[in-house]
Design a protein around this ligand. Structure first.
Ligand code: NZQ
Ligand code: ZN
Length: 385
């Protein structure tokens, strides 16, 4: 196992009715910014529960944080934080709202050019306004990690940043809030955590037995419950388990002491920035192709994945690996996600454009061995057509 340090200060408050408990988590004298997205929280009762819980506190609302949150919008929110002397931000929504609030919290206290936060990957952040979250879309893991992804459409850029200053202080996970999710977002909420696990598990063996078993447990739970969460939107037990899988997939635990890949994500971010695919749709396209192109390099882990996750025990190592990749792609397709570039009405012409963007964002040495060069990314995209 590789050396590691594991730190995660986010308090998770899980279960039905738990939104009320934010009353105990936010100081009574706080000046609160309530940040949310396009208004889904007003239609499913979450907004009312949050307002009740905030009670007499001074609350300033900032709505309209987009899916794939926009730099300009977030900068306006950061200005509002300073203008209204906000001391606590509450993010209510999915990964985009929580990611957006991470940026707002840091940008409000950053005196330089706010674009630096993204181009320098968060390294310039020295402090942030404290914040918590009420999660309504389990998928990204943002509720219990220190990462965020921000889009600047004008530059066709979607860039990640991270900082220990942007862990949420707490996150409320009430599975009932997910009952109102549209099918497409439920599908996304299975594929995104599945791929998060794969980015941390499907690399090369380092003797991290527990991390491997934890990763396989999350994958198997998602395979078992993914179709059920689609078929039974109000099954509390199923929704609760999928929700917890999504958090556990990217809170640092399974990624401790193991190599990590993340090339599927970085290639996927360009697809979203250029063509507007949902984050998880890009992963459904890139992951199977990525595993196919890099099969020889990832063979020992693919064989382990084939046997332990899919029960594939017949054939040569190469055949088992290929069968496991096919099962992965079928799993995504059966959930209802397109797994090919052409499923999203795009053609081979997009490949040159994506490669150019990867180069301009410095995404030229990706993967656990830093050997996913633009040429390899090109092969991956060609395989995904
Ligand atoms: O805008 P609202 O009204 O909130 O509607 C949202 C949005 O339209 C809606 N929604 C959320 N909860 C709902 C609901 N609709 C009905 N009922 C509910 N309970 O769903 C739509 C999509 O929401 P969004 O937050 O964009 O989705 P998701 O959670 O998938 O977040 C995607 C963003 O997170 C980033 C992605 O790149 C993307 O920008 N990621 C963040 C990560 C992190 N911080 O660690 C890691 C991920 O890999 C990912 O990159
Ligand atoms: Zn993701």
């Amino acid at each position: 196992m590789n050396n590691f340090s594991f730190y995660n200060p986010t308090k998770i408050i899980f279960g039905e009715g738990q939104i009320a408990s934010i009353a105990k988590e936010i100081p009574v004298e706080a000046r609160v910014m309530l940040a949310y997205g396009g208004g889904s929280i007003k239609n499913n009762g979450v907004y009312d529960q949050v307002i009740d819980a905030l009670g007499e506190r001074i609350v300033c609302e900032f709505s309209g944080i987009e899916a794939n949150p926009e730099f300009d919008t977030l900068c306006r929110a950061a200005d509002a934080v300073n203008e209204h002397r906000i001391t606590f931000i509450l993010a209510v929504g999915g990964g985009s709202v929580i990611d957006g609030v991470k940026f707002i919290a840091a940008a409000a206290q950053y005196n330089g050019d706010r674009w630096d936060i993204l181009t320098k990957g968060g390294k310039v952040i020295q402090s942030a306004v404290p914040f918590g979250s009420v999660l309504t879309l389990p998928a990204t893991g943002s509720e219990m990690n220190s990462g965020s992804v921000v889009t600047r459409s004008a530059m066709k850029a979607k860039l990640p940043f991270g900082s220990p200053h942007v862990y949420p202080q707490f996150s409320v996970l009430d599975p009932v809030t997910t009952y109102s999710l549209p099918i497409r977002q439920v599908i996304n909420g299975v594929i995104d955590p599945f791929t998060h696990v794969m980015e941390q598990y499907l690399t090369y063996p380092v003797g991290a037995h527990l991390q491997d078993r934890l990763a396989e447990a999350i994958l198997k739970t998602l395979i078992e419950l993914g179709p059920e969460t689609l078929a039974q939107p109000k099954n509390y037990e199923v929704r609760a388990n999928v929700m917890w899988c999504a958090t556990m997939a990217l809170n640092g635990l399974i990624g401790s002491g193991v190599p990590q890949d993340w090339s599927t994500h970085m290639i996927g971010h360009e697809l979203t920035a250029l063509y507007g695919l949902d984050h998880a749709q890009t992963l459904a396209v890139v992951l199977p192709a990525n595993l196919r192109v890099r099969k020889a390099d990832k063979l020992p882990k693919l064989v382990q994945y084939a046997e332990r996750v899919w029960g594939i025990t017949e054939g040569s190592d190469e055949e088992r690996a290929e069968a496991a990749i096919t099962r992965t792609e079928e799993f995504f397709r059966n959930l209802g996600a397109g797994t090919r570039i052409e499923d999203y009405d795009l053609s081979a012409d997009v490949i040159d454009v994506i490669i150019k963007q990867l180069e301009s964002h410095g995404m030229v040495k990706l993967g656990e061995h830093r050997d996913v060069t633009p040429e390899v990314s090109r092969k991956i995209l060609e395989t995904a057509l």
